[in-house]
Design a protein around this ligand. Sequence first.
Ligand code: SF4
Length: 287
Amino acid sequence: MKKSQLIMIWFLPLIVIGGLFNPWLGYLVLAMMAFFLVLSFFKGRYWCWNLCPRGAFLDILISRLSFNRPLRGIFIKQWFRWAVLVLLMGFLIFRIIHTGGNLIMIGSVFVAMCLLTTIISIILGVLTKHRSWCMICPMGFLQEKIGKIKRRVYFCLVVGIILFCPLAQAANLSVDIGGLNQSFPGPDLFYPITDNIDLQGKAYLEFKWRRGNFVYTQNYDFRLYKGYETIASNLIMKKIISVDDYPFKVDSSVFGINQVYTWVLRQITLDGKKSDKSLDSFKIIKK
Ligand code: SF4
């Protein structure tokens, strides 16, 4: 839980409860939308993970009540996210048009929309994972898309410079345009990260790591190598681990005394992207 979330969470009851009595509070939603849509151009979904009042509410409260089951089926499909975006935005615009320009009624439209989506987020959060709503939230989706547009703008600028800048052409500069397919860091490894491991009397060795971004994680790619080198000939185990299979246990019989092992972990997101590798080596000893 972040300090910023502890502050921002109070905006949610202020809008969804306070807004029922004072519809002007609905304009807070509009102000926040304007703020995070601009912010997302520079920082992607920074708003979602640090500042969104509903995101904070789901992290702080609903995470304690959630059955923590993965969101599946159409909910994770790209077309479904587009459908929710079009449906909710269409509904919002339709309701605003029907206020006839009455400012108090427009405020109440935003309050109602915030209340409705909060109720859906609570139901989804309890029945599946606490942040499941964030998978389909139109506002989160918009931020994601705007963040990507930024990378495209950057890409176009770079391509433009390469094509039209004579100096660049003369110098034959090579430019890293990997921004369109940005990598992201691998999971933080928790155990084993010590040099020596004594497995005497233990039936298995448990592998542990920080499991963040539950909503976007499909599973983990786990690999175990003999020795320090992570080359194909040293590979002794390769598994795709579900997010619920934690900690991941490997039978002690797999390991030999005085032998060094290296484990490598990558996070796989719902859209199939793999994180950078996290890896660590350890030696099996007998005390
Ligand atoms: S996805 Fe929507 S509800 Fe979730 S944190 Fe982002 S803006 Fe808030």
